[in-house]
Design a protein around this ligand. Structure first.
Ligand SMILES: [Zn+2]
Length: 224
């Protein structure tokens, strides 16, 4: 089964959730056309899972930076529900010793891209998600105010999945098409905006592969 954008959104989400539950791979990320709704900024296709950890951006502030992160809970374990639980303040801190170390943390990101390319959106792009913490990009502090946070399911040292690169390229192209303040020169790792404090997405993330993908999309007359 292949998901297409001609499907009714409710039907799409139902199919995607069903597929995730059975582990069925049905996404062909390279074929998907990603779109961002004007105004509040909802990505399609993406499962919507609103996080309480979001608020308004400062008045008049548009997205001008994309920050790439990685996360896995517990660290280096993939496929569980814990990231969604953390970002919606539903994580059971007693379920794993590592969770005690982050107990009480209230964070989110705009997007989470699973290993198989499935996308979950926790905050619309017009709102501020809480992903960067103390941070600075080219001298401008408080990156959360003006950035979009994309979490890849992973860790610093495990190669990311092919599907994640395909999806990321598609998402970033759609975002750059939607928000004129975003360009390929305004993509940073969490490690770049919080050096010494954060290391994600780590050496495992292949930046050239991302840039090659974006360039190819442009040459093909794609979104950008
Ligand atoms: Zn991060």
């Amino acid at each position: 089964m292949t998901l297409t954008l001609s499907m009714d959104p409710a039907e799409y989400v139902k199919a995607l959730v069903g597929a995730l539950a059975t582990g069925q791979a049905l996404i062909e990320p390279a074929q998907v056309k990603y779109t961002v709704s004007p105004g509040v900024g909802i990505l399609r296709p993406a499962v919507q899972c609103p996080s309480p950890n979001q608020d308004d951006r400062p008045a008049g502030t548009e997205p001008e930076l994309i920050i790439i992160h990685s996360i896995s809970l517990p660290p280096c374990e993939f496929g569980g529900p814990h990231v969604e639980q953390l970002f919606t303040n539903c994580l059971d801190w007693g379920e794993h010793p590592y969770f005690r170390e982050i107990e009480g943390l209230q964070v989110s990101a705009h997007l989470f891209v699973r290993r198989d390319g499935a996308i979950v959106q926790f905050a619309p792009f017009g709102r501020r998600a809480w992903h960067a913490g103390t941070s600075c990009f080219r001298g401008r502090p408080n990156c959360n105010d003006y950035s979009i946070g994309v979490e890849l399911e992973g860790d610093d040292d495990t190669p990311y999945d092919d599907a994640q690169y395909d999806v990321l390229v598609g998402i970033l192209a759609a975002l750059m098409e939607t928000y004129k303040g975003l360009t390929t020169r305004r993509i940073a790792g969490h490690c770049d905006v919080a050096p010494g404090r954060k290391t994600d997405p780590g050496p495992a993330f292949d930046w050239l592969r991302l840039y090659d993908g974006l360039a190819r999309r442009g040459e093909d007359g794609g979104e950008k």
